[in-house]
Design a protein around this ligand. Structure first.
Ligand SMILES: Cc1ncc(COP(=O)(O)O)c(C=O)c1O
Length: 374
């Protein structure tokens, strides 16, 4: 047997989302765990991809197909020269981790956190520092604790709004305080906005509009266009930094899949023009209400999301793996989103990007299970 792999491979363990999806398939459970939609992507996206295969097939520049950089810039109201196309938001976050911090540095993030943030910070050699959100009847950031936690080693702050898993959208007041803190301590802001079009009330505020000089915005065509496997995402950089960020990501994947970049470039203006996102919000709003009212009717405490397709709820004394096996319902345990502090007792995350009959059946199965357990 040759020598062992590098100790960094401790980070290689299966993600909770893949694990729970595998268990769901094994036990024939309804999968309200992993956040991928049951809907197919829109026809205009699929047709654009069919046209692009066979015409756009070779390498694109590492910063992305110029046509896609322009389409993203047009959609977001930014300059194309500040846009870098990546292989999904995951690679965007990875490229930023590589470009913004390293050994001896700290990266601040809120807890609960989306699972890629910590391994990516560690792969870059940095230390993730988590600041817990408060949960009473709703989720709130504790900015006083955030500020107290900052040390001279802190280099960046990771924010996610609309927020996975809590569904929170940060208020202008909170974002302005975050910007003031970042300016005072000279921190980069990584603003993960992959759910920017998924909100149920007021649209989220774009962090880059408050702090254009230090904000890197991360976006995802997979999330926006219901094609999570396509792996097309983007970064909007502060002015003048796109070249270096693209230069970093070229060493990982060089460029994203070129015909799919072309298809997304075609689809983004169509989605905007034809009201695709408004339809999606309406459809997800209905599914949110269906899930939330169903859970409430079972006496379960829910924390209504302002955005995303996730809902958190408290089901005390239940275990996610037992639920898959015995209730045939898959949801993600709150502990999956906590690394430093303990998750609130009984916290679970439900994904409602699923068909309405799947959501109804999941609620029915949970009801039966809870009834039998009483
Ligand atoms: C908050 C957040 N950021 C980033 C991602 C990754 O997005 P992508 O599929 O484009 O890599 C996800 C996916 O679930 C997410 O929830």
């Amino acid at each position: 047997m040759p020598r062992p792999l590098h100790p960094r491979t401790q980070l290689s363990k299966e993600s909770i989302f893949s694990h729970m999806s595998r268990l769901a398939a094994q036990h024939g459970a309804i999968n309200l765990g992993q956040g991928f939609p049951s809907n197919p992507p829109p026809k205009f996206l699929l047709e654009a991809a069919r046209r692009a295969v066979g015409t756009t097939d070779q390498y694109t520049p590492p910063a992305g197909l110029p046509k896609l950089r322009e389409a993203i810039a047009e959609d977001l109201g930014v300059e194309a020269e500040n846009v870098v196309v990546t292989a999904g938001a995951t690679e965007a976050l990875h490229a930023l981790a590589e470009a913004l911090y390293g050994a001896g540095d700290q990266v601040l993030m809120l807890e609960p956190y989306f699972d890629v943030y910590i391994p990516q910070a560690k792969m870059a050699g940095a230390e993730p520092v988590l600041v817990p959100m408060r949960l009473r009847d709703k989720w709130e950031p504790d900015l006083a604790v955030l500020e107290r936690t900052i040390s001279p080693s802190a280099k960046a702050l990771l924010i996610n709004s609309p927020y996975n898993p809590t569904g929170s959208i940060f208020s202008r007041t909170d974002l302005e305080k975050i910007v003031a803190i970042a300016r005072q301590h000279d921190l980069w802001i990584i603003s993960d906005e992959v759910y920017d079009e998924l909100y149920f009330g007021e649209p989220p505020i774009k962090m880059r509009e408050l702090a254009p000089e230090r904000t890197f915005t991360v976006g995802s065509a997979g999330k926006r266009l219901e094609a999570t496997g396509w792996r097309i995402g983007w970064i909007v950089t502060p002015p003048g930094l796109a070249g270096e960020i693209a230069g970093m990501r070229q060493w990982a994947s060089f460029c994203s899949v070129s015909p799919l970049q072309d298809a997304v470039a075609e689809a983004l203006p169509i989605a905007r023009r034809e009201g695709f996102y408004a339809e999606l919000r309406q459809s997800y709003g209905k599914r949110k209400d269906l899930l939330e009212s169903g859970l409430k009717s079972l006496g379960i405490q829910t924390f209504s999301p302002a955005g995303t397709y996730f809902l958190t709820a408290k089901l005390p004394n239940l275990d996610a793996e037992t639920l898959v096996r015995e209730a045939k319902v898959t949801i993600i345990p709150g502990s999956a989103f906590y690394a430093q502090n303990s998750a609130p007792e009984g916290l679970f995350r439900f994904a409602f990007c699923k068909k309405t009959d799947e959501i109804s059946l999941a609620v029915e199965r949970l009801g039966q299970y809870l009834h039998v357990r009483q």
